[in-house]
Design a protein around this ligand. Sequence first.
Ligand code: SAM
Ligand code: SF4
Length: 438
Amino acid sequence: MTFTSPKTFRIKSFGCQMNVYDGERMAELLGANGMAAAAEGADADLVVLNTCHIREKAAEKAYSDVGRLRREDGSKPLIALAGCVAQAEGAEAKRRAPMIDMVVGPQAYHRLPEMVTEAVRGGRPVDTDMPAISKFDAFPKRVRANPSSFLTIQEGCDKFCTYCVVPYTRGAEISRPRKDIVSEARELVDTGARELVLLGQNVNAWTEDGYGFAELIRELAKIDGLHRIRYTTSHPADMTEELIAAHREVDKLMPYLHLPVQSGSNRILKAMNRSHTAETYLAILEKMRAARPDIALSGDFIVGFPGETEEDFTATLNLVDEVHYASAYSFKYSPRPGTPAATMEDQIAPEIMDDRLQRLQARINAHQAAFNAASVGRQTEVLVERRGRHPGQMIGRSPWLQSVHVETDAAPGDIIPIKLLADGPRSMAGALLTKVAA
Ligand code: SAM
Ligand code: SF4
């Protein structure tokens, strides 16, 4: 099939926040190369599927998404398969889905415009190379930021948990240079960001010449006009004393920590190749609570890892009860091709996983509801992010990352004083105040 040069594009991002960030950067890159985002509901000349490979039938889902791009008249847009499925499948993707014109891995996005030119000329380029973060250098300056904006500072992972595909799809741990992070942070703040969410597969492993993540946070906190700093996802092995101290001392660092544990059973943690035990994990949280008593804690859990017994699972429930999470994410174990756990004995039956997931989520939801109930009456500030469903209603985030609905004429990007009121179990309502009581 022959194509004319695309004028419009659509990027569909799946999975983690790092994919959302990459999707924004690819959009800016295509924009700088003369293309425009397709209007809502309109056909796009180029579609980029920015895929996720972390769980379930990721590749199959991506191929069926590709199939759905066929238009009623039989034509199709130019199609780029991007993200972690692209990295994992490589050239095989072109064989399995002839509709795919380009395959571009997460470290090769800077080459997207030239790959589009090649595809228009009839080529079917594949680039899944992993050069040392050159993609960031090729992206244009930030020109438009959200009130809460993502900023990737670290990529890849060297930890090789036995269930996880990330070290294979995103490559080795790499930290972006400090000066590039600070200048991108300034660009984002200059164009409307009030909050930065620092991203990395192991964001707190960021380092440069002995300079650590906590120092980076302190440096970013000096940026005028930046009000809030968050980070995700952190790893227990990289929770340094300095980072815990930053939570006590840096006002702009929000009282929220997402620290995945995966299981409450030391036997399972060992089989997962996690470097922590339930006890060392809890000890980190205890120090964090001493540094910042109001901190909202979040985590990730996997149920049904090979060999997980009811006793192991009970240890996970007990850990949840001990931590009193403000929120947490839980997943059924999904065997990832090429990872050690995929071939372990004692794979757990789907119905056992379903049952454990339901029980775990019920427990997490109860703690989340209790956390929100305990916040009722608190006077605080909300960063307004977007309009709500009702006229005059805006939605923002509290410092503890609760979603808060407020009747206000404030605009996205405003930080407004409110009193937290009860709402649903997952969100809060806010009553506007003239100022927060000291
Ligand atoms: N680096 C972070 C850490 O180690 O804590 C987590 C990043 S990982 C991309 C996000 C989450 O996906 C993990 O915390 C884990 O709970 C989940 N996950 C990863 N591989 C999985 C698998 N094979 N099956 C189910 N969940 C998985
Ligand atoms: Fe995956 Fe996180 Fe483990 Fe790395 S540390 S292998 S990203 S779960």
